[in-house]
Design a protein around this ligand. Structure first.
Ligand SMILES: [Fe+2]
Length: 454
């Protein structure tokens, strides 16, 4: 990284429009923004160099630059930049340059701003804040999509999301859908991510807040597949090049990680990497089959330790498929009974407070509440779909007795807002449609998620 007087360099730079823009495929997208660092993602044409110039708001004279030239492979060139040595609670501005040219396209400017986190610990109450979440985004590509009605709906939902005031977005899986033409080879996996990321309608959203992601089956590989997928290493390479979470799994395995923001921890779970085939028997000799895994031993150990270690008021466990829904005939953690009951017993025995689940995949949104004897009920907030096909509540799920709130047949996204004084923190969950129209609201106080007597 070089410290340069960017203002003077700017005078020497010819401002390109269309031709330079063509070298910038997509982005910038904001990754995690911490107290003194930030990540910014862009995709350029292979062979191009990219530079991020950044400065404290209003102080372009002291801009710093970070430059990259390497491509991820011969086909695609997504790049992740680390901006370091920033000041806390400070607004920064940045500009993307490709091949040393300022990108100044009229509609989608390759520049932006972000604010580093405020250092509140030991000083003041936890900040009030919001994050957005959602799952299942299908972007149409008619030449290779299934015939018939397009599966992808109205992508302008991303424009509504770009207007929200939120610290970050948690993508809950099926961010893109790989199809037959994509998941049989490594190029196909890269190409699908590349195709969906570059759509113009999403560009403003990508830079409006930080983005974190976990995968579910479709952005991992073929429908419903797990750890037996032969291209899972390649799939991880694609995912980790198109998102910029703080970390990706442990010991080189999986993509699990976490987000800590204010007094909230979000555990980002990987429900594919370690997964047994869904067809594995649930029970053996009348007992839950301990060889059937959704998260796997290593990841479960990490989650348990992280939950015990966490001091967060709200501990949100985010995973691709539903966890709690007792009546769903579709993909859910209850179909992995050994793991499911192990987690339930662990939460109860250790009186882990403030736990909620956050899930996607279902093509409808809902809040499922499951009572527990002797302690607080568990909640599973499901948010789906952003743009893919919608689901109608039917069969055993038509009048699901565990459902507190339900939204079917509508594309939607969800907003989590945390506010209130210490010991009285409140979580409000709101669901919004394509144009930002409110579809539902539910809230819970931290005291409703506490074990009565420890
Ligand atoms: Fe899924």
């Amino acid at each position: 990284m070089r410290k340069l007087h960017f203002y003077f360099s700017l005078l020497l730079i010819v401002c390109f429009t269309a031709s330079s823009r063509a070298q910038l495929i997509s982005g910038p997208m904001l990754g995690p923004v911490e107290y003194r660092t930030a990540k910014i993602w862009v995709e350029v044409k292979p062979g191009s160099s990219a530079t991020i110039a950044y400065w404290k708001k209003g102080d372009m004279l002291h801009a710093r630059m970070v430059n990259k030239t390497s491509s991820a492979n011969d086909w695609f060139s997504p790049m992740i930049f680390d901006l370091v040595d920033l000041e806390v609670n400070t607004v920064y501005e940045y500009q993307v340059l490709v091949n040393n040219k300022v990108i100044a396209m009229n509609k989608f400017k390759a520049d932006g701003t972000f604010s580093t986190k405020d250092l509140w610990q030991w000083r003041k109450p936890a900040p009030d804040f919001s994050f957005l979440t959602g799952s299942c985004a299908y972007i149409n590509e008619p030449s290779v999509d299934r015939p018939g009605k397009p599966y992808g709906g109205d992508s302008s939902i991303f424009e509504s999301m770009a207007k929200e005031k939120a610290a970050f977005m948690v993508w809950l899986g099926d961010e893109w859908y790989t199809r037959e033409v994509d998941y049989f080879d490594e190029w196909g996996l890269w190409n699908r991510a590349h195709h969906d990321r570059k759509i113009p309608v999403i560009q403003n959203f990508l830079k409006s807040m930080s983005h974190y992601a976990i995968w579910d089956d479709h952005d991992f590989g073929p429908n419903d597949i797990g750890g037996n997928y032969i291209l899972k290493d390649a799939s991880k390479k694609v995912f980790t090049n198109y998102w910029c979470n703080t970390s990706w799994g442990m010991n080189g395995q999986g993509i699990y990680s976490m987000i800590s923001y204010g007094d909230v921890d979000v555990f980002l779970m990987d429900d594919r990497w370690f997964r047994s085939a869904d067809e594995t028997k649930d029970s053996v000799n009348g007992k839950p089959n301990t060889d059937k895994h959704m998260w796997g031993k290593e990841q479960m150990e990490w989650l348990k330790n992280s939950l015990l270690y966490s001091k967060a008021t709200f501990k949100i466990i985010a995973t691709g498929s539903q966890v709690l829904n007792p009546v769903s005939p579709f993909d859910r953690m209850l179909d992995f009974p050994a793991e499911y009951y192990d987690l339930m017993n662990f939460l109860k025995e250790n009186a882990v407070d403030g736990v909620l689940f956050l899930t996607g995949d279902r093509h409808h949104s809902e809040i499922i509440k499951v009572k527990r004897e002797g302690t607080y009920p568990l909640i599973d907030v499901t948010s789906s779909p952003l743009t893919s096909g919608t689901h109608v509540f039917g069969g055993v799920e038509k009048n699901n007795p565990y459902r507190e709130l339900g939204i079917d047949q509508k594309q939607n996204y969800t907003k989590f807002t945390f506010n209130g004084a210490r010991n009285q923190r409140k979580l409000t969950v709101e669901f919004f449609g394509v144009k930002g129209d409110k579809l539902g609201e539910w809230s819970v106080n931290e005291n409703e998620l506490k074990t009565a007597v420890k």
